[in-house]
Design a protein around this ligand. Structure first.
Ligand code: MLT
Length: 269
């Protein structure tokens, strides 16, 4: 991994391969490693760039600098733009984001549409949080700051993974749980507060002009296929692919089907 210094932030970035740049933005509360099955396969044909977002994985404030209290989706998007500048990538990129990564991809699209060649929205939502969901995130942020991330795997994994993944591929949940346990409480709390205040992006969908792929696990209980279908229908040049035998973490649960969908989309750009 490379460590890029962007102002007061050290951003850790996995980048491999050559060709059209493909940026993979992870979900909450994870890091670039959720994409390992995509990094391996897609880097044979593309320049794949998978950062650890601010406050996650190995990315965080440089020593002596205070951690963020709140990280907005726009701040994460600005970090991606600064990352591309630091990597000297000025050609338009394909940007893929899963769940929170999708919220960030929509924030990037709003601010930097001219830097996008195509968009891939995976297991995500365009709507803002309902007030009770936003309030719950603020409470969770306080709990994580007080107690650490120890409760996250048990609370989150049953919602993130399909029943089949939980029963037949337990290593997927173990790997994701281990990342959660290593994540900084400050990074988690800042992202929770940022997600709680993210704007509704639904009205933005009709103005997306780049080719867009919408991907959802058929058993995604967090951002269900019906909701992703509505997102795809609202974007002028979008198509939807439903991934079998997968929940919310489709790239880790059924990597073969996700890689095939991504390669077909990328090949047609
Ligand atoms: C994620 O996977 O990034 C989360 O489910 C996003 C969220 O909490 O809304």
């Amino acid at each position: 991994m490379k460590i890029l210094t962007l102002g007061n932030l050290n951003l850790a970035v996995a980048d491999c391969g050559q060709g059209t740049p493909l940026v993979l933005v992870h979900g909450f509360p994870l890091d670039h490693s959720m994409w390992h099955a995509q990094l391996d396969v897609l880097s044979a044909q593309y320049c794949v760039i998978a950062p650890d977002l601010r406050g996650f994985g190995r990315s965080g404030p440089i020593d002596g600098t205070a951690p963020d209290a709140t990280t907005t989706m726009r701040q994460f998007a600005d970090d991606l733009a600064a990352m591309l500048d630091a990597l000297q990538i000025d050609e338009p990129v394909v940007l893929a984001g899963l769940s929170m990564g999708g919220y960030i991809a929509l924030a990037f699209q709003k601010a930097y549409a001219d830097r996008l060649k195509a968009l891939i929205l995976m297991d995500t939502r365009s709507s803002a949080d309902a007030p009770e969901v936003a309030a719950g995130r603020l409470t969770t942020a306080e709990t994580i700051l007080a107690e650490g991330p120890g409760s996250l795997p048990e609370n989150m994994l049953p919602k993130l993974l399909s029943k089949a993944t939980q029963q037949e591929h337990p290593h997927v949940g173990e790997a994701l749980g281990n990342v959660m346990l290593r994540t900084s409480p400050q990074g988690i709390a800042a992202a929770l507060r940022g997600m709680a205040q993210r704007p509704d992006a639904t009205t933005q969908l009709g103005a997306i002009t780049c080719p867009t792929l919408v991907v959802v696990g058929e058993e995604d209980a967090v951002s269900p296929p019906e909701e992703m279908q509505q997102i795809a229908a609202a974007i002028p040049d979008a198509r939807l692919v439903v991934i079998p035998s997968a929940g919310h973490m489709s790239p880790a649960e059924n990597p073969a089907a996700v890689n095939a969908a991504l390669l077909e989309f990328l090949g047609n750009l």
